[in-house]
Design a protein. Structure first.
Length: 202
């Protein structure tokens, strides 16, 4: 699931961010010089991309990964560990879940609630704190948001409340995973390379 990070003695560059090089290069084009960036899902991106922006916020669900990464981060990074939990529900997300999760073929509906087991092998309702963590923070109007962690479709939906009107959503592994494509009700693709899609709000 997680790859080895380079140590502080080794150079952190575009090859370190956990994407194919053309994807990382494309992401850099939208990130460089911006003020505030948010990401769901930490890794090599959290080591490299903060050097390109003024302020960086990262949300991570895995405790071990969080502890491993935290000592290596730049001072402009706000890093939050938000663990997976028992099922919780949210009026907005549950109301729109049928659209957000219109891509997967293996959703289950019980009592008008849409359930879907994520790639992390837990239902998305168990990641609700992770999905909504940025809404607890004071900042809005992010220039760039990177979705590259768990519950990606739900995080992308939540990003529409956090992204500047002219901001960009970078969604990794979007093009090759059609079960994420329900979010195209809320976004349109403006750029793309390999599995990375660059989207703007409709």
């Amino acid at each position: 699931m997680y790859y080895e990070l380079r140590t502080n003695e080794q150079q952190i560059d575009l090859y370190s961010v956990g994407m194919e090089y053309p994807e990382a290069l494309k992401a850099e084009q939208y990130i460089k010089g911006k003020n505030k960036m948010l990401e769901w899902g930490s890794g090599g991106s959290t080591l490299y991309f903060p050097s390109l922006v003024e302020n960086y916020v990262s949300i991570e669900h895995n405790q071990e990964w969080y502890e491993k990464l935290k000592p290596q981060l730049l001072d402009n990074v706000e890093f939050y560990h938000v663990p997976i939990h028992e099922e919780k529900f949210d009026d907005d997300l549950d109301k729109n879940a049928a659209d957000i999760l219109s891509g997967p073929e293996d959703t289950e509906v019980r009592d008008n609630i849409v359930y879907w087991t994520t790639r992390g092998r837990f239902d998305w309702h168990c990641g609700l704190d992770y999905i909504k963590k940025p809404m607890e923070l004071s900042y809005r109007n992010y220039d760039v948001i990177l979705v590259d962690g768990r519950c990606r479709a739900m995080c992308a939906y939540m990003a529409k409340y956090l992204l500047k009107d002219n901001g960009h959503l970078l969604f990794h592994d979007f093009n090759n995973r059609t079960y994420y494509h329900g979010i195209l009700k809320y976004y349109e693709i403006v750029d793309s390379t390999e599995t990375l899609a660059v989207l703007v709000k409709k």
